[in-house]
Design a protein around this ligand. Structure first.
Ligand code: GAF
Length: 389
């Protein structure tokens, strides 16, 4: 289906007028650097060419109306622009409402309502940032309709704040950044301590980025995400009694060897070890890629998965099955879980002529182990959030 034509059509059916503008916001895949963002480390994500489309118009009254083609059973969800609060009844619309509220809290005058019809082709709950995609889409809607002068990085920060304070997930900046700042054919190396970043061209001659969905739904709100974060904070607080550091991202492997005994709780020690080593792996992986050393890049991806499995304990049987099956296949450079974990997707770098066998064998092994099928997507690296027309 032509998605843009479809949302225009549905918009017209629902609101008896043409949508004034069409927006698009991607999902993301993180190539390496997991659970490092809120630890002041590096991440290396890219935006993908699956995401959220929105058809929207400004209203003359104070009503905000949302409709999702993915969740038609929820009907049109409405809110008052002057009385925005997180309410269970708002369902998925709490994400865009959180963004509106955050803009307002920062002094941006959102004093009129709007209609927004969305459709997302990102698999739901797959850890490819459907929430951040919707948040950044909403930020772009506000920027366009209210002519706000705001740069993308500030929109990214607002969307993270909306997720932290309005939705209640203590996430880092990775997802909103990747979605908002994405650039075709490039990944981004972001230092989450300083928010300095640079684009790195991804030229995977003869290879593709294959995303494999466990089809085991992940939800950050329900998961142990916030617990992991607080365990890292505890480890940092212990380390700070010995050394003056602001985040785990400031430490390298040698620093950690010296300081680890300061961390009282052994579980917190392992969480911190992941954060420190994963950050170093991310920096090394980007250097490897820039030196055209795909093999080293892949090796570091595999090490990343093992650390997330053993030290951070956010993988689970489904993600482990996919990664371990991928490691056994011909033409696979590397494979690891991507995103928050506890279900969701893996990301693998696979030689193009091996992709069919990869899908067949991984699928077969996964069904044998887990009992149902995974899904595969070839990721094209696309642009960040934008106004299409
Ligand atoms: C989720 C969070 F939203 C990100 O901020 C990041 O911490 C990621 O998990 C793990 O790297 O996607």
């Amino acid at each position: 289906m032509d998605i843009v034509e479809e949302i225009k059509k549905v918009y017209k059916e629902k609101f008896k007028e043409q949508a004034q503008h069409i927006f698009y916001s991607p999902g993301r895949v993180n190539l390496i650097g997991e659970h490092t963002d809120y630890n002041g480390g590096h991440v290396f994500p890219c935006a993908i060419s699956l995401g959220t489309y929105g058809a929207a118009s400004l209203r003359e009254d104070k009503k905000i109306c949302f409709y999702s083609l993915n969740l038609p059973e929820k009907g049109i969800i409405t809110a008052d622009v002057e009385k925005i609060a997180n309410d269970k009844a708002n369902d998925w619309a709490n994400y865009p409402l959180g963004v509106v509220k955050t803009f307002q809290n920062h002094g941006f005058k959102v004093n009129k309502g709007f209609n927004l019809v969305i459709y997302g082709n990102l698999p739901d709950g797959a850890g490819l940032s459907s929430s951040a995609s919707l948040e950044m889409l909403t930020a772009m809607v506000l920027k366009k309709f209210f002519s706000f002068v705001i740069d993308t990085l500030d929109m990214v920060k607002f969307c993270q704040e909306a997720e932290n304070k309005f939705v209640g997930v203590n996430c880092g900046i990775l997802d909103q950044f990747a979605v908002g700042m994405g650039k075709k054919d490039n990944a981004m190396l972001l230092d989450c301590n300083t928010l300095k970043y640079r684009y790195v061209k991804i030229l995977l001659k003869g290879y593709s980025i294959v995303i494999t969905n466990t089809n085991c739904k992940h939800s950050l709100v329900d998961s142990a995400y916030n617990l992991r974060r607080s365990q890292c904070e505890q480890a940092l607080a212990d380390i700070q009694k010995k050394r003056n550091v602001k985040s785990l991202g400031e430490l390298n492997e040698d620093d950690f060897a010296q300081l680890q005994t300061a961390i009282k709780d052994p579980v917190c020690m392992r969480r911190a070890r992941h954060a420190v080593f994963e950050n170093q792996r991310t920096i090394k992986a980007v250097t490897a890629l820039e030196n055209n050393d795909l093999e080293l890049f892949g090796h570091l991806m595999n090490e990343s998965h093992k650390s997330l499995r053993d030290d951070y304990e956010v993988t689970g049987p489904e993600l482990d099955a996919l990664a371990e099956l991928a490691w056994q296949q011909d033409g696979v450079i590397g494979s690891r879980m991507t995103g928050g974990g506890f279900g969701g997707c893996t990301v693998s770098i696979v030689r193009n002529d091996c992709i069919d066998a990869f899908k067949k064998n991984v699928s077969k092994g996964y069904v044998q182990k887990i009992g149902y099928k995974p899904d595969f997507y070839i990721a094209n690296i696309g642009d960040g959030t934008k106004v299409i027309e």
